[in-house]
Design a protein around this ligand. Structure first.
Ligand code: NAP
Length: 320
């Protein structure tokens, strides 16, 4: 296997590992500590140095960050300088107005709490998790840039922002002296909306990087659902991936993509990851995993020849 390469985040000075690991699903108090620890340490051994968290991740909310904090303290503390730790705030974690949105109160309060949970003085990237049009963008920008000035975050990201608002906040952040490092949108062969709405073009023009989440469409872009729903799979046990997603139309597309992958000597998961990383605007593919073996398999995605035009056209046919 080739070493996982680093890729430059837009026009910043920061390199990020081509794969980042996220703790959204199956990290928290409901799962075995040993398995969660094994996955995180294996990711790091493989060369994934960027770990993505949020105040929301669990269940319950905040549990994934506490878990990561424990592994950081017990196993990875000596490597803190080699790690990129991200957190996010602004997606609701409670009914209080201070536990959601883009106000100064919500964002800086959440960041302080996350730093305590993670057991670190600073995060490398602090994201606003989703746009909040009820808060003046200037207030959000003020809070984000103060997080950097206070030394609690090194860089700022945004996630799920529509393209026009991304352009606006990028302009305001640059004016505040804290240029936007990365955008974190959903992007995969099955969700190309951020190509269509110009986000990837804006990233290239504006000079921010893109860390794409759910590049495997939560597992739909693997071979696991071709013949049913295996026990323990996300479509069986997550509120975020319904078994109803496994339709005949889905299977037809996934089988066609799986056939192409086999012809190229790779798996569907590897094809899907290589495909998102074909775009130079994309800095990293932000993946999840429920076992160390899935990681071993997935990080080999860049060991295959570049796609030909005919292969890309075939993927287009089965993507939309
Ligand atoms: N900013 C946001 O709003 C937002 C939203 C969503 C996610 N994210 C971030 O993105 C990260 C990744 O999202 P994601 O977990 O949806 O990414 P994903 O990579 O699309 O899906 C990962 C899941 O697919 C399955 N899988 C992975 N490799 C496999 C393989 N080789 N064979 C079979 N199944 C495999 C596993 O689920 P099972 O084994 O459990 O089936 C794994 O947990 C999150 O942890 C989070 O950090 C951010």
């Amino acid at each position: 296997m080739s070493a996982i390469p680093y890729r430059r985040a837009g026009k910043s000075g920061l390199d990020l590992s081509a794969f980042a690991f996220g703790l959204w699903q199956k990290f928290g108090t409901d799962y075995s500590y040993d398995n969660q620890r094994a996955i995180l340490l294996h990711a790091f051994e493989l060369g994934i140095t960027h770990f993505d968290n949020a105040d929301r991740y669990g269940p319950p909310h905040r549990a994934a960050q506490k878990l990561f904090g424990e592994v950081l303290r017990k196993d990875l503390a000596a490597h803190r300088d080699e790690l990129i730790l991200s957190t996010k705030a602004g997606n609701p974690i409670g009914t209080s107005p201070y536990l959601q949105g883009g106000s100064r109160k919500s964002l800086l309060g959440s960041l302080d709490h996350s730093l305590r949970d993670l057991g670190t003085d600073y995060v490398d990237i602090f994201y606003h998790h989703r746009a909040d049009t009820s808060t003046p963008l200037e207030e959000t920008v003020g809070a984000l840039s103060d997080a950097v000035r206070q030394g609690k975050a090194l860089y700022i990201g945004i996630s799920n922002y529509p393209t026009s608002l991304s352009q606006e906040i990028s302009r305001l952040l640059r004016a505040a002296g804290v240029p936007l490092l990365v955008h974190q949108p959903r992007y995969s062969i099955f969700d190309r909306s951020r190509e269509d709405d110009g986000l990837l073009d804006l990233a290239a023009e504006d000079g921010f990087g893109v860390v794409v989440y759910s590049p495997l469409a939560q597992g739909l872009l693997t071979d696991k659902y071709l013949d049913g729903i295996p026990a323990g799979a996300r479509a069986q046990n997550s509120a975020f991936l319904s078994p109803d997603a496994i339709t005949d139309e889905y299977r037809e597309k996934a089988r066609a993509l799986n056939k192409l992958a086999a012809e190229r000597g790779q798996s569907l998961a590897q094809l899907a990851l290589q495909w998102v990383l074909r775009r130079t605007e994309v800095t990293s593919a932000l993946i999840g995993a429920s076992s160390p073996e899935q990681l071993d398999h997935n990080v080999r995605a860049l060991d295959f020849p570049a796609f030909t035009d005919d292969e890309l056209a075939l993927i287009d046919e089965h993507s939309r």
